[in-house]
Design a protein around this ligand. Sequence first.
Ligand SMILES: C[S@@+](CC[C@H](N)C(=O)[O-])C[C@H]1O[C@@H](n2cnc3c(N)ncnc32)[C@H](O)[C@@H]1O
Length: 440
Amino acid sequence: MNEKRTVSTVSEVINDFLKRKNLIQEESPWALGESTHGGIGVFATRDIESGEEVFKDYPVIIGPRTTPNNPVFCMACYRNTKPVPCLENCGLPICSAKCKEKHKAECELFKKKRGEVTNHINEKLFKFSTPLRSLLLDENDRKVVAYLKYHEGAIHGFEIDKLQKMGMKFEEPEEKYLRRVCCVMDANAFEVIVGNENNYSNLRGLYPLGSLLNHSCVPNMMHVFDKNQLMVARACMKIKKGEELCHSYARAIWGTPTRMYHLVRTKHFICRCPRCCDPKEFGSYMSAFVCKNCNGNVIPKHLFNLKSDWICEDCHVEVKREEVANLMLTLGSVLSSFDGENIEVMLKFLSGKLRKLVTVNHEMVVELKYKIVWIIGHQTQYKWNDIDDNLLNLKKSICEELLDLLRILRLGECKLKGLLLYELYLCLKEGMRRDSLTLS
Ligand SMILES: C[S@@+](CC[C@H](N)C(=O)[O-])C[C@H]1O[C@@H](n2cnc3c(N)ncnc32)[C@H](O)[C@@H]1O
């Protein structure tokens, strides 16, 4: 990058990218500007209605995530239905002749880089392949990547170490470029899910304009991806002209310390949005524990400090941060041990032990309720025809409680609200079906 990274140079690069992808809007409701969060941000150039589409964006780099257990999928269409090893022995999965054609340039690159070729899918290679794809970018797209923000640090670039351990060799400038790409991806990439909950592929995509949205835990923007991984970014509440457009880099159903830990570790900043500034999280107490002494709410003693001890709001008894961390770990492992086969055990834990330890809206309670919502009506043993009225009503109440919580957290027309409303609608539909059977 020769020119300085300013609002005007970045705007030029982004607009050129959108033009090349045919995504330029006639009168776009956004413009880049200096953000009070630091660096560049995206701002509304007019009032925007809730639900209105604000921009579309396309990934400059996209590929598999490195998460464990990510099922292998076709490198060209990203579907995970029966990918087979590429017949050219590059080690990557591909699913059809059409996809093989699309994958040709990448196939050549990977064969050249690997040296040794084999006729099976190399799952490690697949998993760490995304940054390597940047070697296929043309000058214009490399310029886009060069203008995106990044942070250096030990946790970034491990994909390149893994590829080198697998025997790949990179010249010094190439390695430097690849490591920079990893840093840029870590700072900016979006999780992209292709498929549905039963059969999905997990990707990460670098969306140039999307990358310029700063974070807020009270976001005014949300996004979805279509089947071609095109991002559609929408307002999830009314936005006034001049306001900064922000989305959330963390899960809304995490409490403040969990979101803070995630943002510091992965994005290197401390959020100071209204929710993070309020130790009670708008009265939701999503991270509070029940005081062993007086049953009051135990909350972090100091804001914006990951090492803070905790304190009871009522009796002021202090709790060491290590004790809270251990409790969170224990609760987390209990929750992940629930596989959905026995909902009664989950319900007993929810209304029994868990409620004695944490507040009614604690993130662990929310996580468990969320699990229960996706089990009732959908999973084996708990399909609509298998459940009694009690379980049906329970699911309905949980959906309503979670929707209330989203309102308290000021999350507007977010994706989770849409999903919960849909599940609530399914409960009401099933209830009406049962009523009509009783009447007939
Ligand atoms: C995806 S980029 C967002 C655009 C970025 N501001 C830029 O200049 O390109 C993410 C980085 O922006 C900064 N950032 C985003 N939201 C922030 C916030 N709420 N407070 C402080 N820094 C923030 C952090 O450095 C973060 O790692």
